[in-house]
Design a protein around this ligand. Structure first.
Ligand code: 0O2
Length: 245
């Protein structure tokens, strides 16, 4: 399948009738309280995972004198997008089904400078004994046909409530700055509905080329960093020259 066909297929993916607005309305109304409780639990899981990364970042900077994490973003999916996904996955619209079928209600995005940092951080996270790996998708080793690169983990972490412990699923996306920059721009194209098909395909091709350039930039920058850290005299020069940055 070429890129044009892939984009067309993605746009037309719709296997069943959508859940009716009435059904959605009645589900949300009936489950207002449990939905809000469930989403609060996901919010707690986000806090747990974000803290884990902040701790790893601090410790890494003690040992290696640099921070592997550029930024951490967290987001909770809206109820509407969760229901849209339930609909798209064609699974039952119940609280149990939402929890077991939708893995990315809580999302953490970790932005690193270099690809190696991504794998180091992912490994450190998964070594923690309260973290369980549910699924791993490596779109860095195997980029999507669009050119999308990122490492995705679905993990489960416990949150400790007043009288119980509850395991919650969190999606962690690891990207370099370059991968994130690319994904933000491509995201605009994906959600911009009113552009002609031809222009959309042309921009998608252009983005695919940019993905390949950004991938080689990541590798080259990483190699420069490695060479600098191998040569202590050059590293001192680098530290001197960054004092004003
Ligand atoms: P948001 O707002 O970022 O959460 P599905 O989620 O069903 O579409 P799957 O297999 O469950 O697919 O997940 P996948 O494709 O491994 O990862 C989905 C998420 O990764 C997306 O979330 C995006 O954040 C990101 N992503 C995946 N592919 C692309 C891509 O080609 N371009 C960009 N820009 N992002 C991508 P959501 O739910 O779409 O949005």
């Amino acid at each position: 399948m070429n890129l044009r066909e892939y984009i067309k297929q993605k746009r037309n993916e719709r296997l069943t009738e959508p859940i009716s607005p009435e059904k959605v309305q009645s589900f949300v109304k009936k489950n207002e309280r449990p939905l809000s409780t469930l989403f609060t639990y996901y919010e707690c899981a986000l806090m747990e995972v974000e803290t884990k990364f902040k701790v790893l970042n601090q410790e890494y900077s003690l040992i290696h004198d640099r921070n592997p994490i550029e930024s951490i973003k967290t987001r909770l999916k809206s109820v509407d997008s969760v229901i849209e996904k339930v609909d798209r996955y064609n699974v039952p619209l119940t609280l149990e089904s939402i929890e077991s079928n939708i893995n990315d209600i809580a999302g953490v995005r970790v932005i690193c400078s270099f690809p190696d940092d991504i794998y180091t951080l992912a490994e450190c996270l998964l070594e923690q004994d309260d973290v369980t790996l549910i699924q791993k998708k490596d779109y860095i080793m195997n980029p999507k046909p669009t050119g999308y690169r990122s490492l995705h983990l679905i993990i489960s972490v416990p949150i400790f409530l007043e009288h119980k412990k509850r395991d919650m699923k969190v999606e962690v996306q690891f990207r370099t700055i370059a991968m994130d920059f690319w994904a933000s721009l491509e995201h605009n194209l994906r959600y911009k509905r009113n552009i002609p098909e031809d222009l959309s395909a042309e921009l998608a091709e252009e983005l695919l080329e940019c993905a390949s350039i950004s991938s080689s930039l990541d590798i080259r920058m990483q190699n420069i960093r490695k060479r600098l850290s191998e040569d202590p005299s050059e590293m001192d020069d680098l530290i001197d020259s960054t004092q004003w940055l």
